[in-house]
Design a protein around this ligand. Structure first.
Ligand code: ADP
Ligand code: ASP
Ligand code: MG
Length: 634
């Protein structure tokens, strides 16, 4: 029998009427012949209210007690949902995270799932009950209640779907295979379809107050357009750069364990957004969405010794506190000193500074910070193969006189840090510049090819690419890092512009000149090591380095004759690829640590959810590759 996990967010269980509507939906899925697990969030704004309640008692509530408090929101919802389903005549039973054995690590308020035992769920499902599970919570090995971070119910839902699916696939439920409903074998994706594409046994539906994933937050940009199909990587990247429409770790699970996922409205039967493996047609969509992360903080450490191991020391000290470093812009360094700029979530600034200040004193460096910054990002699979995206984004921001405080690029994203006051305006102008409001394939225009792609991929074995050979074994450490590959790239050179006047439009003019020369820019990093002076580095194909240098010198001469331009042909780039690379603070830490241990200096750093890359000296490229392959066992 097929199994559907339905997750209802806070707005979908806000009052009795909505709870009853959600209960009816679950019963419909059950009556259609599926086994049904319902995951619920706390009602409406309950979690915010609980946080406020704690603040009324103390400014810094202990994390363990915070989890004890926050988990109550979901506990109320499961009980009410069970009552609603039962009163409509369908047997149902509710469980807290602890009761069904969602075991996490002990990082209170941002715990990661280690494993889930399915026995109790299985038993209840086999009795014909709808199983209702509290989202967002688990229990550590010492029976302390933990929570998974804001928005974490999505992750509970997808993790449950993953574990049930792979239990099924590996034969634990073999007596049932083949019993799946005829419908799910043959149906097309119609507007009314449920979460199971043809051939799938387990699916997950995330019900919310919007009818899917939009090109950006429709609350901020009303002309945002609904996306019909989006790849795991794109939505993972969008979620991690600020689109809080989905908890980014839920996508990690969906991708790692190949869970068919649909984000849809609890207020209608309209088809939502399908989150699917990457399809060929997506490579032509250069930008599929944009996002704003409103509350970031920028930290600058300058005057650090430009030596191997320094990045490692700094970032591992931060990672030890489980603080996720977002953008990292490390400068090329001169006179034996380098400056490192990075961002963290605004609410993690105090903890970050507490770690950093003693370290800076030790290293003779200075720490500065900026609390009122926001990050605007664009994401798209097509960025891998199409040029000019950065240039277009920078030109759009320049046209609105918005200054860029930091720039970092990833495999399929570009992020720019701006003043908080400019944030929403920046998002709107970027959304407009890429015409994201207009229909396109996969978002408003015939998605037929997408549906075919989806079916084709779904017909292949359950776990592919970076996913493990033995999925059940992997479920023993569900949220562990998955590094799929380490690659070396020697084909690029780097241009650096130091002490460039920090004015809106400067970067844009430089990239316009480079693009006009037909040169494809690869990685871009911009940082503000000193007040009023930016440092910009970017890499271009080595064959184009001289031309890029000449073009850059020409344009820099006209915009700021004091800036210094240099070129470096002796660079190599090492990539570590996988899933959840940024949110797992351990990846960059291990990577920097391995390089430091061998005395390899890191020149530029780029992080995204699917890739962390560093620039090193060309002569050390092969060695860096080998040591990282060994470290990540690939
Ligand atoms: P739930 O409680 O159901 O999990 P959330 O409030 O967490 O719901 O997420 C839904 C909200 O996410 C929407 O109301 C919308 O304002 C916001 N959002 C942000 N970015 C996007 C986006 N790209 N597409 C759709 N919604 C978005
Ligand atoms: N109730 C939690 C929150 O508000 C978890 C969730 O809604 O996903 O963050
Ligand atoms: Mg949510």
């Amino acid at each position: 029998m097929s199994l559907v996990v339905q997750k209802f967010g806070g707005s979908s269980v806000a009052d009795a009427e909505r709870i009853t509507a959600a209960a009816r939906r679950a019963i419909r899925a059950r009556q259609a012949g599926n086994q049904v697990i319902v995951v619920v969030s706390a009602r409406g704004d309950t979690t915010d209210e609980l946080i406020e309640l704690a603040r009324e008692i103390t400014e810094q509530p202990p994390a363990r007690e915070m989890d004890m408090l926050l988990s109550t929101g979901e506990q109320i919802s499961i009980a009410l949902m069970a009552m609603a389903i039962q009163s409509l005549g369908q047997p149902a039973i509710s469980f807290t995270g602890a009761q069904i054995g969602i075991v996490t690590d002990s990082f209170h308020t941002k715990a990661r799932i280690k494993n889930i035992s399915t026995q109790r769920i299985r038993h209840a499902l086999d009795e014909g009950k709808v199983v209702i599970v509290a989202g967002f919570q688990g229990v550590d090995e010492n029976y302390n209640i933990t929570t998974l971070g804001r928005g974490g119910s999505d992750t509970t839902a997808v993790a449950l779907a993953a574990v049930m699916k792979h239990e099924h696939a590996s034969g634990v439920r073999s007596q049932e295979s083949g019993v799946r409903s005829q419908e799910s074998n043959t149906s097309e994706l119609t507007p009314d379809s449920c979460a199971l594409p043809p051939g799938q046994e387990v699916g997950c539906e995330l019900y919310t107050d919007v009818d899917g994933v939009y090109t950006t937050d429709p609350r901020l940009v009303p002309e945002a357009r609904k996306i019909d199909f989006i790849s795991y990587d794109e939505v993972l990247e969008l979620a991690s750069v600020g689109a809080n429409v989905l908890h980014s770790r839920s996508i990690e699970f969906a991708k790692k364990f190949d869970v068919p996922l649909q984000k849809r409205s609890s207020f209608s039967d309209a088809e939502g957004t399908w989150i699917v493996p990457e399809a060929d047609w997506m490579r032509d969509i250069v930008v599929c969405g944009a996002a704003l992360l409103k509350d970031e903080a920028r930290v600058m450490i300058d005057g650090v010794p430009d030596q191997p191991g320094i990045s490692h020391r700094i970032f591992s000290a931060i990672a030890e506190q489980n603080i996720v470093v977002d953008m990292i812009a490390q400068n090329v360094g001169s006179g034996g000193k380098a400056a490192i700029g990075f961002t963290v979530l605004r609410n993690e600034l105090p903890a970050t500074l507490a770690v950093l200040r003693p370290l800076a004193i030790e290293m003779g460096a200075r720490v500065q910070h900026d609390e009122d910054v926001s990050k605007v990002s664009v994401v798209g699979t097509g960025m891998r193969t199409h040029s000019g995206v950065a240039e277009k984004m920078f030109a759009a921001l320049a046209s609105e006189n918005i200054n860029m405080k930091m720039i970092t690029t990833g495999d399929i994203k570009i992020s720019v840090l701006v003043d908080k006051a400019d944030g929403v305006r920046a998002l709107r102008v970027v959304h407009q510049a890429f015409n994201l409001h207009l229909p396109r394939p996969g978002a408003g225009l015939a998605a037929a090819p997408a549906a075919q792609q989806l079916f084709k991929r779904r017909a292949t074995p359950l776990v592919e690419e970076s996913a493990p050979k033995d999925p059940l074994a992997r479920l023993a450490s569900m949220e562990d890092i998955v590094v799929s590959d380490v690659l070396l790239e020697m084909g690029h050179g780097r241009i650096t512009i130091a002490e460039l006047a920090d004015k809106p439009g400067n970067c844009s003019r430089i990239f316009q000149a480079i693009a006009a020369g037909g040169i494809v820019v690869d990685v871009i990093v911009q940082n503000l090591p000193q007040v009023g002076r930016a440092e910009l580095s970017f890499s271009v194909p080595r064959g184009d380095l001289d031309r890029a240098m000449a073009l850059t010198q020409d344009v820099v001469r006209t915009i700021d004759p004091h800036a210094r331009v240099s070129a470096d042909a002796n660079i190599a780039k090492v990539f570590v690829l996988g899933v959840g690379m940024r949110t797992h603070t351990g990846v960059a830490r291990r990577m920097f640590g391995e390089l430091a241990a061998r005395g390899i200096n890191i020149g530029m750093i780029n992080t995204s959810e699917v890739c962390v890359s560093v620039v090193v000296d060309r002569a050390r490229g092969e060695e860096a590759l080998e040591c990282l392959k060994k470290a990540f066992s690939v």
